[in-house]
Design a protein around this ligand. Structure first.
Ligand code: PLP
Length: 443
């Protein structure tokens, strides 16, 4: 294992100081600033496969993977070739290209609930637009979202949101008018009784229930048995639409997303991350009768100057092609399972209480204070974030880059080989020992 004891961060420190003068918090997205774990964010120079290198020349095994999109690894030769081919022919036209139809075809083939799809530029845009459609199609204003789920930063969804909003302890953001959020109802994740109650009170006003079918933005929390089926029934019974936000899980947990694994058919699905192969993309799709209400076939307006961008489509197409090869998801599952087992064992032998939640290649090690399960936001929020911060830094010192927050997922990709997984587990053993030792001193 590389010796990171003498790791210099001078380059990142300088770059961060300079960035902080010019950009709020020095970053383009808040979690990147390391606020929850302390220290200087790494400024990244390059990535190849599962390894990233910072501006000081330190290498790390990368489990952030740009928060999910890089499932085939950084600078995969086939993605690079596909991009190189596209870029030589122009980067944007404001006119349709066949690449969009191709990627639409791939998505529709992989996800039977999607009959038509519209491309946008981010997951945020996808969910925002899908909600507009749900409201238009039902003629209702209210939506339900789950506490701790994150659906991007659109006004109506920035209430008790996960990811960065949760990491930074923002219950909902200033600048979001009450008149908007009063139409957003909140439900605890994995609680069908609570959803049932909300529907019996507000069912007639409810446009849609939006949910991450596997929560990933309060850390990974899989759906309880029957939860998604129950939501499906409630929505159908009350004439509301079921909207799966698969921006993280789509093409990540299976080719057909979480809806394939749990066998539940939503009315609308949002995608992003993996389908752009590391370039900015989002998409929303669903039943034909719904999607035909989108402009210009229908009256629901939604547009985008760079939507369906040829570079983004090319990177997405190359990524999906690699994922469609036989054995891809089995490999991801195997490596995920190996990492899960290794993390559990490392924690156990150091006497550190740890819950590892995993679905395929996304997982979160939760440093629980009490209890042995994390099934909702309250349990996730009660975790020992100081212990996570210690773990994060101990791993970083050993050349393993995790998300700088307890409330994010670790992403395993096809580029993570057995050797890197073993290296990660060895690092975790050391890190857990340190945490176990400082715990027993406190007692
Ligand atoms: C990342 C994410 C989003 C937001 O996507 P952006 O591209 O960051 O706007 C929305 N929903 C879920 C579930 C996500 O994981």
């Amino acid at each position: 294992m590389p010796d990171h004891a003498a790791r210099s961060l001078a380059g990142s420190q300088n770059a961060f100081e300079e960035a902080c003068r010019l950009m709020p918090g020095g970053v383009s997205s808040p979690v990147r600033a390391f606020k929850a774990v302390g220290g200087t964010p790494l400024f990244i120079k390059e990535g190849l496969g599962c390894i990233i290198k910072d501006v000081d020349g330190n290498s790390y095994i990368d489990y952030v993977a740009s928060y999910g999109p890089l499932i085939v690894g950084h600078a995969h030769e086939r993605v690079v070739a596909s991009l190189a081919k596209a870029i030589g022919h122009g980067t944007s036209f404001g006119a349709p290209t066949e690449l969009e139809t191709q990627l639409a075809g791939e998505i529709i083939a992989a996800m039977p609930s999607i009959e038509m799809v519209r491309f946008v530029n981010s997951g945020t845009e996808a969910v925002m637009s899908a909600i507009r459609l749900a409201r238009a199609a039902t003629g209702r204003d209210k939506i339900v979202k789950c506490i701790g789920c994150y659906h991007g930063h659109a006004d109506s969804l920035l209430v008790q949101a996960g990811s960065g909003a949760l990491t930074l302890g923002v219950p909902s953001s200033p600048g979001v008018p009450k008149s908007i959020t009063e139409n957003t109802l909140l439900a605890p994740y994995n609680n069908l009784d609570a959803a049932d109650k909300l529907f019996s009170q507000h069912g007639k006003e409810m446009a849609c229930f939006v949910v991450e079918p596997v929560a990933g933005n309060m850390g990974v929390v899989p759906p309880a048995a029957g939860y998604l089926q129950g939501l499906r029934e409630l929505c159908t019974r009350h004439g509301a639409l079921l909207l799966f936000d698969e921006v993280m899980t789509g093409f990540r947990v299976a080719l057909g997303g979480a809806q394939q694994i749990f066998n539940v058919k939503p009315d609308l699905t949002c995608l992003g991350k993996v389908i752009g192969g590391g370039l900015p993309v989002g998409a929303y799709g669903g039943r034909r009768d719904l999607m035909q209400q989108i402009s210009p076939s229908g009256p629901v307006y939604q547009a985008g100057t760079l939507s369906g961008n040829p570079l983004a489509m090319s990177a997405g197409l190359a990524t999906l092609e690699i994922l469609k090869e036989p054995g891809a998801y089995q490999a991801l599952e195997q490596r995920g399972a190996a990492l899960e087992a290794g993390l559990k064992e490392a924690a156990q032998s150091a006497g550190v209480p740890l819950v590892v939640n995993r679905v395929g290649s996304m997982l979160t090690p939760f440093f629980v204070k009490t209890g042995d399960r994390v099934t909702n936001f309250d349990q996730a929020a009660a975790c020992d974030t100081a212990a996570y911060a210690k773990f994060f830094h101990a791993m970083l010192d050993q050349g393993v880059f995790l998300a700088p927050s307890q409330f994010e997922a670790m992403f395993i990709g096809l580029a993570h080989g057995e050797q890197q997984i073993a290296q990660t587990i060895a690092a975790a053993k050391k890190a857990m020992k340190g945490i176990g030792a400082s715990r027993s001193k406190k007692k």
